[in-house]
Ligand binder design. Structure first.
Ligand SMILES: *Cc1c(COP(=O)(O)O)cnc(C)c1O
Length: 232
């Protein structure tokens, strides 16, 4: 587990250096992305001060969540954010166990989250996922359709739109993070009383993302090492 601690230390330092270099206040949170990582290794991140877990897959999360030491660190309030593609018929499995859903990309999905949040007497924080590169392989709403979706979400009382999330194309990250940053500021002005989260940047590009205003970087490999896909 020593390597996890050391990895987190280095990433935290890189984030803080990146903030310094562009003269922004360091309000960046580091999320540990847990896909394929066994719970014992996931638990090691809480000791190193990481306060957000990122979950991609409903089934995997369901099978691991009871082994997470979330209660033990309750005073430090670790959060769980859902970041993977979410099917409408699976919202019911996670509605009570996550603090935020970062992957809202349709009205239909938002309506189901809203409906179930109301049933459970809560308001769910969500981010809209934007397909900033317009790639066929990725989910997310297209930049040109984002305004319409955000407008529709305003009437849903049991969800609170806290900002935007993206996974940009693997190349030209400066261009896409720059576009995201611009889009975020525009949308914030129009719809965004409560929009203060821009979730972007992964292991290979989080430093660049910080330069463009990311407030949550989502790091998997950089913390836990390369993923063992034979487990999934
Ligand atoms: C896997 C994943 C990450 C982390 O990717 P790494 O390259 O391992 O840091 C971040 N965000 C999402 C949505 C992911 O699926």
């Amino acid at each position: 587990m020593n390597n996890i601690r050391e990895n987190i230390r280095i990433i935290t330092e890189n984030i803080s250096d990146a903030c310094c270099k562009c003269g922004r206040e360091n309000d960046v949170e580091l999320m540990a992305v847990t896909k394929t990582v066994p719970p014992e290794r996931v638990n090691a991140v809480f000791e190193s001060g990481v306060r957000i877990l990122g979950e991609n897959r409903v089934q995997e999360f369901m099978s691991k969540k009871d082994s997470y030491a979330l209660d033990e660190y309750k005073t430090l309030s670790p959060q769980v954010h859902f970041i993977g593609h979410l099917q409408t018929n699976k919202v019911k499995y996670i509605i009570n166990d996550v603090d935020m859903i970062q992957s809202v990309d349709s009205l239909k999905l938002a309506q189901e989250i809203n409906r179930l949040a109301a049933v459970h007497n809560k308001v769910m924080d969500v981010l809209c996922e934007v397909n900033i590169g317009g790639e066929d392989s990725k989910s997310g709403v297209l930049p040109t359709q984002l305004g319409e979706l955000l407008g529709q979400l305003e009437s849903l009382e049991n969800i609170r739109v806290k900002g935007l999330m993206t996974i940009p194309p693997p190349v030209d990250s400066d261009i896409y993070f720059g576009r995201m940053s611009e889009l975020f500021n525009n949308m914030k002005n129009k719809y965004g009383a409560e929009m203060d989260i821009l979730s972007m940047g992964m292991t290979h590009d989080y430093v660049t993302a910080v330069k463009y205003g990311s407030t949550i970087v989502r790091v998997g490999t950089g913390i836990f090492g390369s993923r063992d896909y034979s487990r999934t």
